[in-house]
Unconditional design. Structure first.
Length: 226
């Protein structure tokens, strides 16, 4: 065992499979740090930033069931995880099954104020779904890889870690010749994804009692498809 570990080189990008609770908590910590100060996070949480842990934990636990969680780590311990990407392959989607919803999402919705629960269920989720359907048709998302959450701890920015995590999945996607789709809410992120080969295919406004924002839908087609 020790000889195998000695052969591992870091930073390392890998699938997070059968993680420990410490690893799951570190993934959530990474995402909280990555999204800290993001105005859209405040919108999603109705201004209650203390709910970030529960909301992100629900997303991570669900993805470990129905999606894929990729991490970049700079060492062997859970605390060495410094970047995360949460993906949904073709045929899957966020919180698609009751099993996925039951490991945190249902509980999160019962914790938040009623107006915020209604905003999520009656407005936000349908609006995001309609953005994709209008721009790409109702079946496109089921045939694409969906980048759901993506973040690197701020102190590790500009080191190439985010690109490494993305490329890990992109190699898998390219082998299957499938498109990638992502929603983002800042012009800075639009520029970042554009540099990674994405193009904008749709845009919509998001309104809430907290603030208003824009959401861009971007896709990256497999090579040779255009």
């Amino acid at each position: 065992m020790s000889s195998d570990l000695s052969k591992v080189t870091y930073p390392l990008v890998k699938d997070l499979i059968d993680p420990t609770e410490s690893e799951i908590e570190q993934v959530v910590t990474v995402l909280i740090d990555a999204f800290d100060g993001d105005p859209f996070t405040s919108i999603l949480l109705g201004g209650h930033l203390e709910l970030a842990h529960a909301e992100l934990l629900a997303n991570v636990r669900a993805a470990l069931i129905g999606g894929q969680v990729h991490v970049i780590t700079v060492g062997p311990s859970a605390q060495d995880i410094i970047g995360v990407a949460v993906w949904y392959p073709p045929g899957s989607s966020v919180f698609a099954s009751e099993e996925e919803r039951s490991v945190g999402w249902n509980q999160f919705l019962e914790t938040v104020p009623l107006w915020l629960k209604n905003w999520w269920m009656d407005y936000f989720i349908p609006t995001v779904s309609q953005l994709s359907a209008r721009a790409l048709g109702p079946q496109y998302s089921l045939n694409a890889w969906h980048l759901h959450l993506f973040g690197v701890m701020k102190k590790h920015h500009r080191k190439g870690y985010g690109k490494a995590v993305f490329r890990f999945a992109e190699e898998r996607v390219s082998a299957a010749c499938k498109p990638i789709m992502v929603e983002t809410t800042t012009e800075v992120d639009v520029e970042i994804y554009t540099k990674l080969g994405f193009r904008t295919v749709g845009k919509t406004g998001i309104t809430s009692p907290i603030a208003n924002a824009n959401m861009w839908l971007m896709v990256k087609e497999p090579q040779g498809s255009e």
